[in-house]
Write a protein that binds this ligand. Structure first.
Ligand code: HEM
Ligand SMILES: *[C@@H]1O[C@H](CO)[C@@H](O)[C@H](O)[C@H]1NC(C)=O
Ligand SMILES: *[C@@H]1O[C@H](CO)[C@@H](O)[C@H](O)[C@H]1NC(C)=O
Length: 327
């Protein structure tokens, strides 16, 4: 009797420990899910969407700017809204990393969407999820593809300007460097090419493409270079902030002209043209330049993969009340 009792109690303890281990291991690998807010904030997605549509109808370039914010968030510490934190006693803001300063924009649109969502469900929806949803809604607002956004990310309690400077791709990166940067985040060369297709919308500053258009004899269409030189003087810092469209044909519409441009050697950034410059990704660029439906579908798939980069889940991080500061 005593023996059997002791056996059962040992078995119970073992079972309880197994259960605890199981719960802990699933919590640490908690998966994002598109239905994450269905019970806790059923109107979250509609509220974000109307906020983003309003902003894009005020200024169509905002679609591009918002999509870029999600990318710059996910590549530094994962998709955790670390990008959105302002300088404070404990934060050195990623907004001032050289790839972001004077270039990343649209923060006020995200902050406003967050404020709208806080009104209906305070403390529930993370800034990291708002960035991911905004990127999708921005795409849809400029006739780009749609995809189902996975949710449940939590917000970082730290940021790293130094990591942003080392982790965000540079327009001077070689193809090998781009492939390895994306590979480090579980993104394939095909994802790299598809995601670079975001450059079918938006603008870049002269300082980002000056070397390319004046580096005579490089892999660039000469008429295109001549046109771009008109508003981008050779001598820096003259005209540094003058803008040119990343897609010279349809900068406000999410289509596949970006890839047709690359095939014609009219990529604006060096990091665009290296995708079609005799290397291993030429065939993917060619494919997208003739198959818009394939590009659209691959872009959505790649955005979902990018949104999966190292999210904070479970009880990690926090749900910020405002995106610019820690709670
Ligand atoms: C492959 C590596 C990439 C590099 C080196 C790169 C670099 C750049 C640069 C230099 C600019 C112009 C910034 C300026 O002059 O102010 C830019 C703009 C932009 N990037 Fe990228 N980018 C890359 C990938 C991506 C990805 C993956 C996305 C999104 C999925 C993206 C979305 C955008 C958008 C939409 C703009 C225009 C933003 C605006 O008009 O406000 N880029 N990028
Ligand atoms: C955060 O910093 C940006 C400049 O990077 C500034 O425009 C904005 O007003 C700041 N927001 C808050 C709430 O301090
Ligand atoms: C490139 O060509 C332009 C005009 O064709 C010329 O003004 C410039 O000096 C050249 N630059 C180099 C580095 O050769």
């Amino acid at each position: 009797m005593t023996k059997s009792f002791s056996f059962t109690s040992h078995a119970n303890v073992a079972f309880a420990m197994l259960l605890l281990f199981f719960i802990m291991s699933t919590a640490s690998q908690a998966q994002l899910s598109s239905t994450f807010y269905d019970q806790t904030c059923p109107n979250a997605l509609a509220t974000i969407k109307s906020s983003i549509s309003r902003a894009v109808s005020r200024e169509s370039r905002m679609a591009a700017s918002l999509m870029r914010l999600h990318f710059h968030d996910c590549f530094v510490q994962g998709c955790d809204a670390s990008l959105l934190l302002n300088d404070s006693a404990s934060i050195v803001s990623e907004k001032n990393a050289f790839q972001n300063r004077g270039s990343a924009r649209g923060f006020e649109v995200i902050d406003d969407a967050k404020a709208q969502v806080e009104k209906i469900c305070p403390g529930v929806v993370s800034c990291a999820d708002i960035l991911a949803v905004a990127a999708r809604d921005a795409s849809v607002a400029v006739s780009g593809p749609s995809w189902t956004v996975k949710l449940g990310r939590r917000d970082a309690t730290r940021a790293s300007q130094a990591q942003a400077e080392s982790d965000l791709p540079l327009f001077t990166d070689s193809l090998d460097r781009l492939i390895s940067r994306f590979g480090d985040r579980g993104l394939s060369p095909r994802d790299l090419v598809a995601l670079s297709g975001a450059h079918t919308i938006g603008q870049a500053q002269c300082s980002s493409f000056r070397d390319r258009i004046y580096n005579n004899g490089s892999d660039i269409d000469s008429n295109f270079a001549t046109t771009r030189r008109r508003r981008c003087p050779a001598a820096a810092p003259n005209g540094n902030t003058n803008l040119a469209p990343l897609d010279l044909v349809t900068p406000n519409s999410f289509d596949y002209n970006y890839f047709k441009n690359l095939v014609q050697k009219k990529g604006l950034l060096e990091s665009d043209q290296v995708l079609f410059s005799g290397g291993s990704t030429d065939s993917i660029v060619s494919e997208y330049s003739s198959k818009p439906a394939t590009f659209r579908s691959d872009f959505g798939i790649a955005m979902i993969k990018m949104g999966d980069v190292s999210p904070l889940t479970g009880s990690a991080g926090e749900i910020r009340r405002i995106c610019t500061a820690l709670n």
